[in-house]
Design a protein around this ligand. Sequence first.
Ligand code: E4P
Length: 216
Amino acid sequence: MKFFVDTADTKDIADLAASGLIDGVTTNPSLIAKSGRPFAEVIAEICALTPGPVSAEVVATDYDGMIKEGRKLAKIASNVTVKLPLTLDGLKACKTLTGEGTQVNVTLCFSANQALLAAKAGATFISPFIGRLDDIHLDGMELIHEIRQIYDNYLFDTEILAASIRTANHVKQCALAGADVMTAPPAVIKSLVNHPLTDKGLETFLADAKKAGIKV
Ligand code: E4P
C-alpha cells in the first residue's frame, strides 16, 4: 500500500520524505488555507519535495471552470494530480483531463456507486472518505471493501486512495481491505511506529549495555 501524506505543511512533508515513508501528497482547499500561503507557490514547493503524485484541488464547480483550473494546476509540475469533486461536472472534467494525460484524483466519494462512476470516467485515483462517514455513524471501512470488490470484479485500474484517515487502526484496516493508497495526516503516519513493547525493550537493552560497558 502506498502512503500519501495529507497536508500542505512543507516542513512536515520534507521531514517525512527524508524518511522514505511517503509516496505522494494530498492537499485540499482547507489544508491550503491553513498553510496561509499562495496556492500555486505551495503546490510548486510540495512538488519539488517528492517525485510522487501531489493532489491539488480545483475550486470551480462547473465543467469549464474545472478544466481551466485543472490545466493551470497541471502546468505547475509534472507530478501534479488534479483533484476534482465527485459531481457530474467533475466526472466530465475527469474524462477530459485524463484524456489529455493529466492524472486525476476524484474526491469526496461517499458511496460505492460514486466510485463506480469515477472509474468509468477514467479517474487515476478515487478518494473515499472514511473518517467523515464514521463521523455520521456509518462504516467508512465497509466502503473501502465494497469499492475493492467492484473494481476487482471489472478490472478497473483506478486506484483506491483511502482518505479522511484519522487513526493507526484505519491504516491497518485499509491495508487489510486492499486499498492501493492511503492518505493520512503526518501525526497518524508517525504514530504507526509506536509500540509500548518496543519502548520497553529498547530501554532494557540500553540499560544492560550501559551496565556491561558495551560500546559500538
Ligand atoms: C483527502 O484527500 C482529504 O484531503 C482528507 O483526507 C480529508 O480528511 P478529513 O476528513 O480528516 O478532513
